[in-house]
Design a binder for this molecule. Structure first.
Ligand SMILES: [Fe+2]
Length: 140
């Protein structure tokens, strides 16, 4: 069990660091008036799946917003060896507004209450085999 905890802690810390680095890359690109784009090879998106092009449908998180209720779903199987570890909701400044950690026996669905207006937010989904995926959305 401690091995699993160590793995999860390491994975989650790595995921948060990668997402922060990716957001910095987005801000740098935005400052350069270029289209926002996450750092290739660090964060994968539906439009930039990199080496995981065949994994888009099962890894890019989908987001449904109903008022303040935000539902994040990753259409991915869950098993002991291969599963979605975590969802987060992150602002462009890197503030984590909400997060949920999964066990292999869970479904990769999370429901959050996000207050206020947010023209840009990021939902992340971390797979233990296929890295960190991000989808952009807004709450108005
Ligand atoms: Fe996966």
């Amino acid at each position: 069990m401690s091995t699993r905890r160590t793995f999860l802690k390491t994975s989650l810390a790595a995921g948060a660091g990668v997402l922060a680095a990716g957001i910095s890359a987005v801000q740098a690109k935005s400052d350069a008036a270029a289209a926002p784009k996450f750092a290739a090879g660090l964060i994968y998106t539906k439009d930039n799946p990199g080496k995981w092009a065949k994994k888009v449908g099962s890894h890019a998180p989908s987001v449904k917003v109903e008022g303040t209720k935000v539902t994040v779903t990753t259409d991915h199987g869950m098993s002991e060896k291969h599963f979605i570890v975590r969802h987060t909701i992150v602002t462009p400044a890197g503030d984590v507004l909400a997060e949920k950690t999964f066990m292999p026996s869970d479904e990769a669905v999370s429901v959050f209450e996000i207050e206020g207006k947010h023209p840009v937010l990021y939902a992340s989904s971390f797979c233990n085999k296929h890295d960190l995926w991000v989808s952009e959305f807004s709450v108005s």
